[in-house]
Ligand binder design. Structure first.
Ligand SMILES: [Zn+2]
Length: 459
């Protein structure tokens, strides 16, 4: 059988996959709350003959597996939505009345595409008697950068020989870049409450500690590398001005190009928090909410994914998709779009398009995008590569209501089918040619240079 037969299987399953992605778009469930979304995918794959494994302690994570022996090849999927991103499939801002979450990052497409890829691969493997194991990793809570990190702690990626994924965006391209490693941490201070006017001398303010910590952190900024980022919000600043706050909390993100630097800055931040507690005679506790690595992109897999994008051909948008795309595109200026696209190293001619109906090549090797992704942890455990597919009109920023609208429309759904073909084709090549798997692993070993992954929760 050839690649075309594999792509045909995905085309034949198009209706089911589009219905699944639409249902998940409607569920719009937040991080670790993706009960209906994960259930829908899990039950579908169980019905297709996949073995389902749960992940201890992570209710909305699962692994669907088919086949036996080596190589073990994984496709990573996601299905969580974002708060405040509820939106109809409309070119005007119209949120759905009954929900605030929405798929402004297109994860309804992200996961479903992987489901479509493994379902088609299973049929081909059975027909051709191909040895090897394929896995769909149902990964929750990407938006809080926790799902894959928690799964990695459970060692579910340890025996994978290679993993691939994709992300919704407005261009069809391999992501050869890295992202910032990150720690998300909460600092809680406890003081002594008192009447703020009648007995201030009896009180010790937890809010004072938070404010002094923030002053310290703002001085720290001068002494970290240029690419590092420190941002915070005060999540609890006390109850009322006339009570000395007993409890206060500040939530920090620390980001940097490499995990080691995140760890170093975090340790300095702990000292600042301890200092603030000492100054105010309060006590401090800190919690690591989530942490993730930067991304090591595997070129061997990246090149293979590019070849499969070309073989699959660009997304098949309809007239209606272009019409809707035009309306969404008209909402932002060329300058705004350029800002978004330059982040992704898009060539200028892409800006002249409503929808990216071609496969693009860019040189983003060595670049570090100023966001974070939890697939970075997987990239330190197994060879990993990912692509983006044009699920949104050119220049659409992620985490916007426009992205939610496009992710629920034909634009997103048709690009999802293209992504499914790209990933299925890549895994098919790896199943047929084990030398490719070996080459990806050689490169992986060289990139890591002896480094062994330690979970951010166990550092
Ligand atoms: Zn996302």
């Amino acid at each position: 059988m050839d690649k075309k037969a594999l792509f045909d299987l995905i085309d034949r399953n198009e209706k089911t996959l589009k219905e699944m992605a639409t249902a998940i778009w409607q569920f719009a469930e937040g991080p670790f709350k993706e009960t209906a979304s994960s259930k829908l995918q899990k039950e579908y794959l169980a019905g297709q003959g996949f073995r389902i494994r749960e992940v201890p302690g992570v209710e909305t994570a699962f692994i669907a597996e088919y086949g036996e022996g080596k190589p073990v090849l994984g496709i990573l999927g996601e299905y969580d939505a974002l708060p405040g991103m509820s939106q109809k499939v409309s070119a005007a801002r119209e949120s759905l009345d009954d929900q605030s979450y929405g798929h402004g990052c297109g994860h309804n497409l992200l996961g479903t595409s992987g489901v479509g890829a493994v379902a088609a691969l299973k049929e081909i493997m059975a027909a051709e008697g191909l040895p090897g194991t394929i896995r769909y990793y149902g990964c929750p809570a990407e938006e809080i950068l926790a799902g894959k990190v928690v799964m990695a702690k459970e060692k579910v990626f340890d025996d994978a020989d290679a993993c691939i994924s994709w992300h919704p965006a407005s261009m069809n391209v391999v992501w050869g870049c890295s992202f910032l490693a990150m720690n998300s941490m909460k600092f809680r201070f406890k003081g002594i409450p008192a009447h703020a006017a009648a007995a201030p001398q009896a009180g010790r303010s937890a809010l004072d500690a938070v404010e002094l910590m923030n002053v310290g952190a703002n001085y720290l900024r001068e002494h970290v590398s240029e690419k590092a980022r420190i941002h915070y919000v005060i999540t609890n600043g006390g109850m009322a001005p006339n009570i000395v706050p007993e409890d206060a909390e500040v939530w920090y993100y620390v980001r940097a190009p490499k995990r080691a630097e995140v760890r170093e800055i975090s340790e300095r931040l702990f000292k600042i928090a301890e200092g603030a507690a000492l100054m105010t005679e309060t006590t401090m506790k800190h919690e690591l909410v989530a942490g993730c690595y930067d991304v090591v992109s595997n070129d061997t897999l990246g090149k293979l994914m590019h070849a499969n994008m070309v073989e699959a051909g660009p997304p098949k948008y309809t007239e209606e998709d272009f019409e809707f795309g035009k309306k969404l595109s008209a909402l932002s200026t060329r300058e705004d779009k350029k800002k978004v696209m330059s982040t992704y190293f898009a060539p200028d001619h892409v800006l002249d398009k409503i929808l990216c109906d071609e496969i693009i090549e860019v040189n983003d090797k060595g670049a570090v995008l100023a966001g974070s992704v939890d697939s970075g942890d997987v990239s330190y455990i197994a060879p990993f590569a990912q692509v983006t597919a044009a699920t949104w009109p050119v220049g659409t920023a992620a985490h916007t209501w426009v992205a939610t609208a496009a992710s629920g429309s034909g634009i997103g759904l048709n690009a999802m089918i293209f992504a499914a073909k790209t990933m299925a084709g890549t895994v098919y090549d790896l199943l047929k040619d084990h030398a490719l798997v070996a080459a990806a692993q050689d490169e992986f070993k060289k990139s890591l240079n002896g480094f062994k992954y330690i979970s951010p929760y166990e550092e």
